[in-house]
Write a protein that binds this ligand. Structure first.
Ligand code: CP
Ligand code: NVA
Length: 313
């Protein structure tokens, strides 16, 4: 009898291999998914607001026969009412997966270090891997492939940008980014992105970054927790707005993506968000399909690992 492989978590996209990521995207498109969560479900913790992530995760759990329980940060009090570790131990007994949206990424690592079920990052200040799964699924549906695409990100080099850049490396897409000085990837993120195999190019001018890209992606200029910086960031990012002329620089075949919620008129104009090249609604709806793919993949792993669920180890 061989030892069980270590429990897998998804805290950042590079927790997956390229093959595993492709498998999740394939499972996301399964039309008749098996009820792998029947009789169980998942616990979802949110220290920050959410519309897409909470709804898509809850629906995905339901579609797999499970029951989702969502709790706000103020209810559970991560590290105020009880520690992240104790919540990891607690919630491991109530469901087959723990999802958590937190400010400090380290809280996820601490939860995962003791949890006996997979911990999934539902957005931290550092990373948003479940968003990247939907982004890549959308791009694959738009272009029929991911390998060889060029994704240009215009705006804040934030959690969404970092996970997407890493994901691009895993699927063979090049990643270009244009951000104002002071809002670019730090050395740690740059090293991590390049370690994932990403062909990363940093370009000063947004128009130059857009030229010839297959997709233009942007996100909020100020993320959750940065609201006090709104004014200063609006000034700093004014030249990094995605408008029709920037989309024209990309070319006719380019699509526009945004993780949403959008701050209309800031990072993107209405004309782009609602325009013919925008794929933001299929992208948002793919949050549910890719979440289901992720949960199916995690269930496959647990079957492999647990003899009582049909595994062989
Ligand atoms: N894109 C995204 O994560 O949206 P929510 O914050 O609404 O979950
Ligand atoms: N970068 C944004 C993404 C929201 C989905 C934030 O962290 O608030």
């Amino acid at each position: 009898m061989s030892a069980n492989p270590p429990l897998r978590h998804l805290l950042e996209v590079d927790d997956l291999s390229a093959v595993e990521l492709a498998r999740i995207l394939d499972l996301a498109e399964l039309t008749d998914p098996p009820p792998v969560l029947a009789g169980s479900g998942g616990v979802l913790l949110f220290e920050k607001p959410s519309a897409r992530t909470r709804t898509s995760m809850e629906m995905a759990i339901d579609q797999l026969g499970g029951h989702p329980v969502s709790l706000s940060g103020s209810e559970v009090g991560i590290d105020t009412r009880e520690t992240a570790e104790d919540l990891g131990r607690l919630m491991s007994g109530y469901g087959r997966v723990i999802g958590a949206r937190v400010f400090e990424h380290h809280k996820l690592e601490r939860m995962a270090s003791v949890a006996s079920v997979p911990v999934v990052n539902l957005l931290s200040d550092d990373a948003h891997p479940v968003q990247t799964l939907a982004d890549l699924l959308t791009l694959r549906q738009c272009f029929g492939r991911l390998d060889g695409l060029t994704v240009t990100y215009v705006g804040d080099a934030n959690n969404v940008a970092r996970s997407l850049a890493i994901g691009c490396g895993l699927v063979g897409a090049a990643f270009r980014i244009s951000s104002p000085p002071g809002y670019r990837f730090d050395d740690t993120s740059t090293d991590r992105i390049r370690s994932a195999g990403t062909d990363l190019t940093v370009v000063d001018e947004p128009t130059e970054a857009a030229s010839g890209a297959d997709a233009i992606y942007t996100d909020a200029w100020y993320s959750m927790g940065q609201e006090e910086e709104k004014r200063i960031r609006q000034e700093a990012f004014a030249r990094w707005r995605v408008d029709e002329s920037l989309m024209d620089a990309a070319g006719d075949g380019a699509v526009f993506l945004h993780c949403l919620p959008a701050h209309r008129g800031d990072e993107a104009t209405d004309g782009v968000l609602d325009g013919p090249r925008s794929r933001i609604w299929p992208q948002a709806h793919n949050r549910m399909h890719s979440a289901r793919g992720l949960l199916l993949w995690l269930a496959e792993l647990s079957t492999d690992q647990d003899p009582e669920r049909g595994g062989t180890s």
